[in-house]
Ligand binder design. Structure first.
Ligand SMILES: *Cc1c(COP(=O)(O)O)cnc(C)c1O
Length: 381
């Protein structure tokens, strides 16, 4: 593709009109296998675990949006995570940011910990302290920015470049689910692998579960494509179609998510019933300079504290327009209590989150309606 802008890539990358019919929307190639013209010859597709035209369109689009050379689609964000961890060998060490997605912590400790990988966690918001935790056996660095659910940032460029200078030259993987490629592109900042749960902002409509990886290095792409096919955790063509459709409006949605989140963060910051607000767009966010350097806008996720676990449960339970649900990144607003829901799997660990924390995934609804709902929910706590 020519050097198109992000919005153009979101609509078109990987999605030329179908050559045989002219269909403008990528067809859902709901097939497991492909007729071969002769023994040992094929037209690019043999079997749909290995390759499928709808999935290929999504993979090309993901690669274009993240500025990579190769995208790989998976059945879920966790399946994508599994593929990255399978690059490692027994005895290898992974250094991860300390407030990471609960499911990532679970697969690290309870699946790959059993198979001989070792994991440690450090605060990646403190670049120097984090880098000091890299060991001679560290083969992978796992970052999220902004983090879930406290919305801290880490300096992706500084950590990626310093990590590559270490003797063990660890791969740097960035889980870019919270930001989406519209807000930040980790490969441009020096990361090796970008991971997405396409379930969230890329899909954008809470109607599918999916994952993706994007890389620049061809050898790394080959290893991951081998794992994608060998392990087989691939998405079906209908889900690939839905992600592609969602991506077309990603820039529009991200602008509205961020605009609504900024107003809500301001409202909560001024409210006596709220003890603290975590949102990268607030002037009070401790990493404002990094937000401006690293992200196009501060995104649609925020969290806030209300003083006690009981109040947090009451507020989340009293919301009406904000749906009480896990997940994030859809057009509809969601509310949840991480300590009791998404982050239950890290309870009792060093990654435990404050029990009075409420997380919002701010949707694209009318802002006055969202504010009124939060106001009445806080009033009933
Ligand atoms: C949801 C999520 C995942 C896991 O993705 P699934 O699609 O649910 O498997 C990983 N990382 C982050 C930051 C997430 O929000």
């Amino acid at each position: 593709m020519p050097d198109y802008g992000f919005e153009t890539l979101a609509v078109h990358a990987g999605q030329d009109p179908d050559p045989s019919t002219g269909a403008v929307m990528t067809p859902i190639y709901q097939t497991s296998t492909y007729a071969q013209p002769a023994v040992g010859e094929h037209r690019g597709f043999e079997y749909s675990r290995t390759g499928n035209p709808t999935r290929q369109a999504l993979e090309a689009c993901l690669a274009a949006l993240e500025g990579g050379s190769r995208g790989l689609a998976f059945a879920s964000g966790m399946a994508a995570t599994d593929a990255v961890l399978h690059l490692l060998q027994q005895g290898d060490h992974v250094l991860a940011a300390h407030d990471l997605y609960g499911g990532s912590y679970r697969i690290f400790e309870r699946v790959f910990g059993q198979l001989g990988l070792t994991f440690s966690y450090a605060n990646a918001a403190d670049t120097q302290a984090f880098l000091a935790q890299i060991r001679p056996d560290t083969k992978l660095i796992w970052l999220e920015s902004p983090t879930n659910p406290l919305l801290d940032l880490c300096d992706l460029a500084a950590i990626s470049h310093a990590a590559h200078d270490q003797p063990s030259s660890p791969l740097v993987c960035v889980d870019n689910t919270f930001a989406s490629p519209y807000l930040q592109r980790p490969l441009d900042l020096g990361a090796d692998i970008v991971l997405h749960s396409t379930t969230k902002y890329l899909g954008g409509h809470s109607d599918l579960v999916g994952g993706g990886l994007v890389v620049r290095d061809d050898a790394l792409a080959e290893r991951l494509a081998f794992l994608q096919n060998a392990v087989g955790a691939i998405p079906g063509p209908l889900d690939c179609f839905l992600v592609l459709r969602g991506i077309k409006t990603l820039p529009l949605r991200m602008q509205r998510h961020a605009a609504n989140a900024a107003v809500i963060a301001g409202f909560l910051a001024d409210d006596q019933r709220v003890t603290s607000v975590h949102y990268p767009g607030l002037e009070t966010h401790p990493q404002r300079a990094l937000v401006q350097r690293q992200m196009r806008n501060p995104g649609g996720m925020l969290s806030f504290q209300v003083g006690s676990a009981a109040k947090a449960r009451a507020v989340a339970g009293a919301a009406r327009l904000f749906t009480l649900a896990e997940s994030l990144g859809g057009v509809e607003s969601l509310i949840e209590v991480p300590a009791a829901m998404t982050h239950l799997s890290v309870a009792g660990s060093p990654l435990e989150v404050p029990s009075d924390l409420i997380r919002l995934s701010v949707g694209v609804e009318t802002i006055e309606d969202l504010l009124a709902d939060l106001d009445q929910a806080l009033g009933r706590a």
